[in-house]
Design a protein around this ligand. Structure first.
Ligand code: ATP
Length: 324
């Protein structure tokens, strides 16, 4: 292993920089040249890269976003697009590839591995936590903490005015942020894409709970089948006359900010491990975390399975009802 390519791809997530730093430093310690491509697969196709040194990763562990940039590239989904990337990878004598991203990014990595037989390792980096084969993805913990901090603030004003607040969090297809955010912030209820929402029932529940508590928080994942927080608000209004309802959309604030210690730690361990795996001849695997332990699963399994935390999700919903 003499030259390893690395990219950050898909949505950015806090902790990606910590991971890049770990990969670069591990490579340099092993006299491997880390070649960072800018803007994910876009940079690979356009041959925009930098042979990274320790100065490039100095003082970046504490920052969100990604110093390499990221992109969503339609062209790379085509064989012609990937052919451009393959030509550049060959020209630059790359003999291993580490991709930090979500399942879309890993599908791209798999395609590269098949079409040019280069060893690839995937590191799960997405705030959504929606990757099969790992308890946690890089960025999830930080996003969750951002949600909890924001809801704490909303609760201050909700309490003073005895209002019911719908708080929309990220999660187009997955309710991990919403569920864990709801439990950690003491919300009254949660709506997630994986569960069919019954607005009539929600209204009844809120009326009952409101008698006891006055102010209530409902966490809504943006991709809920009944719509986002604004849609739910419109649907609840006629069912809840006499109650004061408000909604807030947290939006992209959930993507940024300083990565939590947990995300920095996991990102660092995964980055080091990825280089070691390539050195040991491993390919086509994603690194996952189970508790404190890291393991690998095949990229095939990672992308072909949905992160079905159904059991834990249903348990979480029960838990939410028990503690409210
Ligand atoms: P996030 O979970 O944050 O959305 P992601 O990695 O799933 O991250 P995507 O936009 O789905 O984000 O994928 C990132 C990039 O990977 C895409 O822009 C595209 O270039 C490439 N990609 C996605 N799917 C495929 C595929 N089936 N074949 C080849 N490349 C793909």
């Amino acid at each position: 292993m003499k030259r390893i390519a690395l990219i950050t791809s898909g949505g950015d997530a806090p902790g990606m920089n910590a991971c890049l730093r770990a990969i670069v430093k591990t490579c340099l310690n092993k006299e491997i040249v880390p070649v960072g491509y800018y803007n994910g697969y876009q940079g690979m196709m356009e041959d925009e890269y930098k042979e990274m040194n320790s100065l490039d990763v100095k003082n970046i562990i504490q920052y969100g976003g990604t110093i390499l940039g990221t992109a969503r590239s339609q062209e790379f989904r085509t064989k012609e697009g990937r052919a451009k990337a393959i030509e550049n990878i060959r020209k630059n004598n790359i003999d291993g590839f580490i991709c930090i991203g979500g399942d879309g990014s890993f599908k791209g990595a798999q395609a590269l591995s098949e079409e040019m037989s280069i060893p690839v390792i995937g590191i799960p980096g997405t705030i959504d936590n929606d990757m099969y084969g790992t308890d946690r993805t890089i960025g999830f913990d930080t996003a969750l903490n951002t949600v909890v901090e924001a809801v704490d603030k909303i609760k201050d004003t909700a309490g003073s005015h005895r209002r019911i607040f719908l708080v929309e969090v990220m999660g187009r297809d997955a309710g991990f942020i919403a569920l864990d955010g709801a439990i950690s912030s003491g919300a009254a209820s949660v709506l997630i894409p994986e569960e069919r929402s019954n607005i009539q029932l929600l209204a009844e529940e809120l009326k009952t709970q409101s008698k006891r508590k006055g102010n209530l928080i409902v966490i809504v994942a943006e991709g809920d089948d009944a719509g986002g927080a604004e849609d739910i608000y419109q649907k609840l209004l006629p069912l809840m006359e006499g109650f004061e309802l408000r909604y807030t959309i947290l939006g992209h604030v959930q993507r940024g900010g300083r990565p939590s210690a947990f995300d920095r730690l996991m990102a660092t361990l995964m980055g080091v491990y990825a280089v070691e795996l390539l050195e040991n001849g491993k390919s086509d695997v994603m690194i996952g975390a189970k508790g404190d332990e890291l393991h690998t699963i095949s990229l095939q399994d990672a992308v072909n399975n949905k992160a079905e935390a159904e059991v834990s999700k249903l348990n979480a919903i029960k838990l939410l009802k028990t503690v409210n």
